[in-house]
Write a protein that binds this ligand. Structure first.
Ligand code: ATP
Length: 351
């Protein structure tokens, strides 16, 4: 019967399917236990990405190798390699691995923006956050996945369409942000009855077929709500950090808490809460709390996260030459709030 050393040597020669390094090199065989009397070997294996077809293939190989060498039965548990180990392999990634945003070797950070219900300003926050991160020198992409209203192109004043060439989609560059919207691919703003799996497929295509180039952050403006579509999307998204947007009314925050709970259930870490439409500032500088007060801090508390910022009611000033109806200039007080939030995000994510 095999002993632990032999099991480690045999499995050490197999490759991590994503890193293309042997499990010996990645220290991916994290545990071996043997029940000699039953000729049973159980192993714990750490790889770059779990629950994938590649994991299934590796699983079959492990069983085959161990059975060929005398095990009667094999038990396998997979886990993800620790983030710092993955990080250490990132520097050795080939260009194509680094540019494949779904590869565990990609250093793109996904940030999804969610809300409990529609109309709270999730898209407005998404476009301004994307522009603020770009203003701070980051390479930013934005996917408008809000199927109930593809508002991102209009909000940013996008007038071009993405170019499709040789089956690759080239996103539109606007205010330093690479933008892709479902709206680009829908004729005449026609309403579509989207279902989660179908939307999932389109999103997957955006991840794989769009030439994003080098990115630091990819922001996703998610569909609002906590229904089936939102759940499906959460399940198919790569691990992301999530920002939950709410209005200040405590009832709105209660609904938004459900969106936060959904993020956590589907393994997306919550980065923080943004309270939008927090107050109206009169000409004399007085704040009127038109939509109530306290929702943002309450929600942050409930989700055990931070209140990243509060955005007042208002409209950006835009000119005909640079028409981006929902984007605040960087020297506008609200533009400054977005820059502060962006700085906080950069320091929280350490990149
Ligand atoms: N701070 C604000 N002050 C004034 N108007 C705002 C503010 N934030 C958003 N709005 C306006 O509220 C409306 C809804 O905003 P937005 O489309 O961003 O919400 P949403 O949550 O993305 O909605 P949905 O998901 O239903 O598309 C828009 O007309 C937008 O211009």
């Amino acid at each position: 019967m095999l002993n632990e050393q032999q099991v480690r040597e045999l499995l050490g020669e197999l490759q991590d399917p994503f890193l293309h390094k042997t499990l010996a090199e990645t220290k991916g065989v994290t545990n071996v236990s043997i029940k000699a009397e039953k000729e049973h070997v159980s192993v714990r294996i750490a790889i770059a990405k779990v629950n994938t077809p590649e994991q299934m293939t590796l699983q079959m190989k492990i069983v085959e190798v161990l059975k060929e060498n005398g095990a009667a039965s094999v038990g396998i548990r997979f886990e993800e390699l620790p983030a710092e180990v993955l990080q250490s392999f990132r520097g050795q990634a080939t260009e194509s691995q680094a540019q494949d945003i779904l590869s565990p070797l990609s250093s793109v950070q996904f940030i999804s923006i969610a809300s409990g219900k529609g109309g709270v300003g999730k898209s407005t926050v998404s476009v301004n956050m994307a522009v603020a991160l770009a203003r701070l020198g980051k390479k930013v992409g934005l996917i408008d996945a809000d199927i109930y209203g593809f508002s991102v192109p209009d909000m940013m004043g996008v007038t071009e369409m993405p170019v499709v060439k040789d089956d690759r989609i080239y996103p539109v560059d606007r205010l330093g942000v690479k933008v892709i919207s479902m709206g680009f691919f829908v004729e005449n703003n026609a309403p579509i009855v989207w279902r989660g799996p179908m939307l999932g497929k389109v999103l997957d295509q955006f991840f794989r077929d769009v030439e994003w180039g080098e990115l630091d952050y990819l922001l996703l403006d998610l569909p609002p709500g906590t229904g089936d579509v939102a759940l499906d999307i959460h399940q198919m998204l790569p691990a992301s950090k999530e920002i939950v947007v709410t209005t200040p009314h405590p009832t709105a925050a209660f609904v938004a808490a459900r969106a936060g709970a959904m993020a956590l259930q589907t393994n997306h870490e919550i980065l923080g809460v943004i309270e939008n439409m927090a107050w109206y500032e009169s000409k004399t500088g007085e704040k009127e709390f038109v939509f109530g007060q306290g929702g943002g801090p309450k929600l942050a508390d409930e989700l055990r996260t931070k209140l990243l910022g509060q955005i007042p009611l208002g409209q950006p000033d835009w000119t005909e030459e640079d028409f981006a109806p929902s984007i605040y200039a960087d020297n506008h007080p609200t533009g400054q709030i977005y820059l502060k939030i962006a700085e906080e995000i950069i320091s929280a994510l350490n990149k």
